[in-house]
Ligand binder design. Structure first.
Ligand code: FES
Length: 253
C-alpha cells in the first residue's frame, strides 16, 4: 500500500532540528515519489508535532498516512507515546471530518539494509577523535542568572498534543510585549514533567506553583498577576508547593 502522506517522526527537536537534519533525505524522497507529501514531526518540542502534521494531512484530504520513525534505534517508550498520540488523534476527530487511515512503519533497524549502513560506517573508518575540541566548561557558564522567576513549560508528548506549543508561544509573546527578558523571567521548555493528565502544564519557581491546562488566552493574566505582581492565580493552580510547605518561603525584604 502506498501512503499519500509520510510523516517522519523524531523524539524531540532539542538539539538539532530534525527537519533540518533530514532535509537531504526528504528532498530525495520527494524527487522519487512526487505524488507523496513528506513531513517531519516531533513527539515533543518546538517543531511541528505529530498531531499538527496529522491535522495538516487531514485538512489536505489525505486518504492514508504512514508514520515512519526517523530514529535508527528503536525506543519502546517513544513508540508507545506515538501509538497513544495517534489513537488520541483518531478518537478526537470531529464527527464527519475526513480522517485518513494512519499506519505505523516498522523500525529502520528491522530492515536488512541496516546492516549495510553499519558496514558503510565500518568501511569509512571514521574520523579521529580530537583533544582540541571546545571544552565542556567555560567561565561564562559559571554565572547563575539573577532572574526573579523560572517558568517551566512542559513540551512533553501529552502537553504537546494538548496545545503546549501555542501556550509557549503566547508566553514568549507576552513576556516580549512587557519587556521582560531572561534576566527577569527565565523560561525553559522541558520534557514531560509528570502530571500529563493536567496538560498543558506550566510550573513557576521559586514559588512552586504548578498550573494545569494553561491555554494561550490565560497567559496574559498569568504573566501580569504572577510573574510581574507576584500573586499566583489560585483558581488555575493544580498544586501549590509553597502552601504545602514543599517550596522555600520568600526571603524577607
Ligand atoms: S507531557 Fe507534560 S506533564 Fe507529561
Amino acid at each position: 500500500m502506498t501512503a499519500d502522506w509520510v510523516i517522519v517522526t523524531a523524539p524531540t527537536d532539542r538539539g538539532d532540528a530534525p527537519s533540518r537534519v533530514l532535509t537531504g533525505a526528504i528532498r530525495r524522497l520527494r524527487d522519487s515519489r512526487p505524488e507523496v507529501e513528506f513531513r517531519v514531526a516531533v513527539l515533543g518540542g518546538s517543531e511541528t508535532t505529530i498531531t499538527e502534521a496529522l491535522d495538516d494531512a487531514a485538512a489536505a484530504g489525505a486518504q492514508s498516512v504512514l508514520l515512519v520513525s526517523g530514529q535508527t534505534l528503536g525506543d519502546a517508550k517513544q513508540d508507545s507515546w506515538i501509538a497513544r498520540i495517534v489513537g488520541h488523534w483518531l478518537r478526537t476527530r470531529p464527527a464527519g471530518a475526513s480522517t485518513p487511515e494512519v499506519r505505523v512503519a516498522p523500525l529502520l533497524t528491522e530492515h536488512d539494509g541496516f546492516a549495510d549502513l553499519l558496514e558503510h560506517a565500518i568501511e569509512h573508518g571514521g574520523k579521529p577523535a580530537r583533544t582540541t575540541t571546545a571544552p565542556i566548561v567555560s567561565p561564562a557558564w559559571e554565572q547563575v542568572p539573577a532572574f526573579t522567576r523560572h517558568v517551566l513549560v512542559c513540551r512533553g508528548p501529552r502537553c504537546s498534543v494538548e496545545g503546549a506549543r501555542e501556550t509557549a508561544a503566547a508566553l514568549s509573546r507576552a513576556l516580549d510585549e512587557r519587556g521582560l527578558d531572561d534576566d527577569d523571567v527565565l523560561t525553559t521548555v522541558t520534557g514531560c514533567l509528570f502530571p500529563c493528565a493536567l496538560a498543558p502544564v506550566v510550573a513557576v519557581y521559586p514559588d512552586g506553583a504548578w498550573y494545569r491546562r494553561v491555554r494561550p488566552e490565560q497567559v496574559d493574566r498569568l504573566v501580569d498577576e504572577h510573574l510581574i505582581d507576584g500573586r499566583p492565580v489560585p483558581e488555575w493552580i493544580a498544586r501549590d508547593l509553597r502552601a504545602a510547605g514543599l517550596a522555600a518561603a520568600p526571603s524577607p525584604e
